[in-house]
Design a protein around this ligand. Structure first.
Ligand code: NDP
Length: 444
């Protein structure tokens, strides 16, 4: 049996019931086959076996009391996956679906994503099965404080720097940071995505969505094309989705549909983002409201139907496995030409294959959504240098980083005989730097 197959089989045997982790590892390791063929020394050093085994997994109890005085217990996670090129870095996700498999898939992806940014950050991820939906401000704050009361001992500005993800936005980062500062008595850059009044960076809120659109723009430009006049479907209506839609619109595209976890809206005249922002960011309400407020807009219950809407560019920006094979085929049939993954692993392995067979330009998450973590690293640089850059400075750096990532993954794909296959290109370009650092640091 070949090296990659052996490692994957062993991974599945050792980690049963972790389907998302298997899926991410399969996608990554298959893309690395040409690399291990060129580097037999990696097998001797058990490099892939070490790469897929987290350096440390922390699982902890998070007890908290609701407004009615009832005690609840959630489970907290932090997977410190790989620190070969820098301190662990990756978001915290609060969502009822969170389990070890999901945190491990996200952590594994994060290693390569962080490497692709060209910045010195290792890979980690964490979160909890806590559901912030429907909770009061006081409940959210007490949960965040309890979560940090355990997490603080495992993280630090030079060791592990978490950020936000699904269910963890500016409000939650604020409560987490406040508790860290209180326990440790230090005001340092231990979390990114902080508010501007206490060490945050301008453009961090917009970074993942903007970065995604910058990368799709690079792909369009390389084909003599641009966003102007394109019809775009964006799934989700959270942080990544809103700012991806905003940037796409500012480049002249028409965003016609978005969703939340209950259903999707279609607005043929182009989605009014100020209404979406009011509903989702200010009121923390449901997207259904949009159809009640905007004349001519439609609301449809359920998410899957969004992929039946014809578009030139699809930007899945909600969660993992949103686009399966059937949805991918429908998108292709309806003329999609570009797919940029804003969410992590939103497309199944079968969905990716369907896009690639049809010649769709497919930009995988670890490259396409790396703008968020890249800007987090810029926030870390500003924190440690006690500096504060303007929005334009950060945005220009973000744009440069996204263009570099596009170039590097394109080059890596060509160099390893997989021209146009950005899944392989991103995996290879991200992995080579981590592999070199791991080899240099001995068997650790
Ligand atoms: P948010 O919590 O801000 O928004 C998530 C959005 O996706 C919401 O509209 C939510 O709907 C929807 N959603 C979540 N779960 C599901 C589900 N199971 N089915 C359908 N819809 C769902 O998260 P972010 O925007 O921060 O993150 C979105 C994705 O982007 C995630 O995959 C995340 O890992 C990835 N990402 C985020 C980065 C960041 O900087 N924030 C950086 C890189 C990647 P509802 O409102 O109903 O909950």
């Amino acid at each position: 049996m070949q090296y990659v197959e052996r490692v994957l089989e062993e991974l599945k045997r050792k980690n049963p019931n972790e389907p998302e982790f298997h899926q991410a590892a399969t996608e990554i390791l298959n893309g690395l086959k040409p690399v291990v063929a060129k580097h037999p020394e990696y097998e001797n050093a058990a490099l892939l076996e070490r790469f897929v085994e987290p350096e440390r997994v922390i699982i902890f109890r998070v007890p908290w009391v609701d407004d009615g005085g009832k005690t609840h217990v959630n489970r907290g996670y932090r997977v410190q996956f790989n620190s070969a090129i820098g301190p662990y870095k990756g978001g915290l996700r609060f969502h009822p679906s969170v389990n070890l498999s999901i945190i491990k898939f996200l952590g594994l992806e994060q290693i390569l994503k962080n490497s692709l940014t060209g910045l010195p950050i290792g890979g980690g991820k964490g979160g909890s099965d806590f559901d912030p939906k429907g909770k009061s401000e006081g409940e959210i704050m007490r949960f965040c404080q309890s979560f940090m009361t355990e997490l603080y001992r495992h993280i630090g500005q030079d060791n592990d720097v978490p950020a936000g993800d699904i269910g963890v936005g500016g409000r939650e980062i604020g409560y987490l940071f406040g508790q860290y500062k209180r326990i440790c008595n230090e005001h340092v850059g231990v979390l990114t995505g902080r508010g501007l009044s206490y060490g945050g960076s301008l453009a961090r809120t917009e970074a993942t969505g903007y970065g995604l659109v910058y990368m799709v723009e690079e792909a369009l430009k390389a084909r003599g094309d641009g966003f102007c006049g394109k019809t775009v479907v964006v799934s989700g209506s959270g942080n990544v989705a809103i700012y991806a839609a905003e940037k796409a619109q500012s480049l002249g595209a028409k965003v016609v549909a978005m969703y939340d976890s209950n259903g999707f809206i279609y607005d043929g005249a182009g989605v009014k983002l100020e209404v979406i922002k009011q509903i989702k960011e200010v009121e923390r309400g449901r997207i259904k409201e949009y159809a009640a407020r905007v004349k001519g807009a439609e609301y449809h219950e359920g998410c899957a139907g969004i992929w039946n809407i014809p578009c030139d560019v699809a930007l899945p920006c909600a969660t993992q496995n949103e686009i399966g094979e059937e949805a991918a085929r429908t998108l292709v049939k309806n003329g999609v030409k570009y797919v940029g993954e804003g969410a992590n692993m939103p497309t199944t392995l079968e969905g990716i294959a369907a896009f690639q067979r049809a010649g769709v330009v497919f930009l995988p998450a670890k490259a396409a959504n790396a703008g968020g973590v890249a800007t987090s690293a810029l926030e870390m640089a500003q924190s440690s240098g006690r500096m504060f850059w303007s929005f334009e400075e950060v945005d220009a750096k973000l744009k440069g980083i996204m263009a570099n990532i596009y170039r590097n993954m394109d080059l890596a794909a060509r160099e390893y005989g997989a021209e146009g296959d950005y899944v392989a290109g991103a995996n290879i370009a991200g992995f080579l730097k981590v592999a070199e650092a791991m080899m240099a640091q001995g068997i650790v």
